[in-house]
Design a binder for this molecule. Structure first.
Ligand code: DI6
Ligand code: FE
Length: 390
């Protein structure tokens, strides 16, 4: 048994209020699992780590990333500075489709090397669990290749891969044919081979309609896969309501979601994943319905949406700062949003909380107060990251 003692804990335990703070605390680990988290007490430890009053949180969780891609979209960023809109660029074959061509052409080894390079700054901030979407292959073999690369990153972090075949219609196929391919070939294959833990889709005028996504979700359910949705990011197609109807783990973005959508999410326990990096990059002005989400008791998570187009953001700490400053989330909401609520967005109960039985993924911080994890920009107070393979 290894103990981390003389620490202040933000356990995120739902049985405790707020961050679940324990002032004079310790965490005990055995075989990669937490066997005790709470007030300091005498335990038969083989190894004692004195945390000297530092704070321990659960290892952070980035619950929405598009980490696997090839190519470079800096020129598109420049075009947008010159006034082009994201939708215009997408309609002209740039955007997601530009990344698709580069991703299809890339070898698994090249994709993996690039993904590891992007993952490094997250890990350096104490991130221990990362959701990783496919969605830039947009063809069976290319999508499977990306999901396999995602799983390969499991030697440095706890990876939850998500199949996002319904990200965009590839230009080389009629949309009905591609949709059929996603539902009848790709989802069954992904499920059969355990390539992903969930299925995601992009509900938008430039991507898929709610009716099309209902087919994707029905196929996912038929193969035992939970669903998530990019919902109401650029317009209100009632994606949040659709997500609620299909019992989705999460509905993400939500800038244009209305009260009915929020109500549907509350009923199904669907987590709201807020992505302030995309909001910032697109210079969006419409805020997600934070007040309504609070009123209806919808859990909120915060994530980077790390992707080459709308959110080239490689810092979950900065995502929290943006969620606080732009969306007015409280410190507690931000921190639950990258721990317990982010875990819920992945359908996981074994991470995001310091309690007996959870995986012993820890972030130990050189801070005086948890608010310091949110208020600075570009400063990383991580002291040590404990990541337990198991
Ligand atoms: N919404 C997003 O913000 C990303 N994907 C999506 O469905 C953007 C993807 C990209 O532009 O490459
Ligand atoms: Fe996304």
């Amino acid at each position: 048994m290894r103990v981390f003692t003389n620490a202040r804990l933000a356990t995120m335990d739902p049985a405790l209020p707020g961050l679940g703070v324990v002032e004079h605390g310790m965490v005990a680990e055995q075989a990669g699992r937490i066997v005790y988290a709470g007030p300091v007490r005498a335990l038969p430890a083989d190894e004692v780590v004195d945390c000297a009053g530092r704070w321990i949180t659960p290892g952070l969780i980035d619950c929405h990333t598009h980490l696997i891609y090839a190519g470079n979209r800096a020129a598109e960023f420049e075009a947008r500075l010159d006034g082009a809109s994201y939708e215009e660029i997408a309609r002209q074959g740039g955007g997601i489709l530009g990344t698709m061509s580069a991703t299809r052409a890339a070898s698994p080894a090249a994709l993996e090397a690039a993904a590891r390079h992007r993952l490094a700054p997250l890990l350096a901030e104490g991130v221990t669990t990362v959701e990783v979407k496919s969605g830039y292959g947009l063809a069976p073999e290319a999508e499977y290749k990306c999901l396999t690369v995602a799983r390969a990153l499991g030697d440095v972090a706890d990876i939850s891969p998500t199949f996002l075949g319904a990200h965009s219609v590839p230009p080389d196929m009629p949309r009905a044919d591609y949709l059929r391919l996603v539902c009848e070939e790709m989802i069954p294959h992904v499920a059969r081979h355990g390539l992903a833990d969930a299925v995601d889709a992009f509900c938008e005028t430039i991507a898929f309609s709610p009716e099309e996504i209902a087919q994707v979700f029905a196929a996912a359910a038929a193969h035992g896969l939970r669903v998530k949705l990019h919902a109401d990011q650029l317009s209100n197609l009632h994606g949040a309501a659709l997500a609620g109807r299909f019992n989705a783990l999460s509905a993400d973005h939500l800038e244009y979601t209305d009260e009915d959508g929020v109500r549907a999410m509350a009923q199904s326990g669907t987590v709201a994943v807020l992505l302030p990096g995309a909001f910032f990059t697109l210079r969006e002005t419409r805020l997600p319905p934070i007040e309504a989400l609070r009123r209806h008791g919808v859990r909120m998570a915060v994530s980077t949406d790390l992707n080459p187009g709308t959110s080239p953001l490689f810092s979950l700490l900065l995502a929290m700062n943006m969620a606080a400053t732009q969306f007015r989330l409280t410190i507690t909401e931000c921190l639950l949003g990258v721990t317990r609520h982010a875990a819920a967005a992945l359908g996981r109960a074994d991470v995001g909380v310091l309690r007996q039985g959870a995986k012993c993924h820890l972030a130990i911080w050189d801070i005086e107060h948890p608010a310091e994890l949110v208020y600075r920009m570009g400063f990383n107070p991580l002291y040590q990251r404990i990541w337990s393979v198991s």
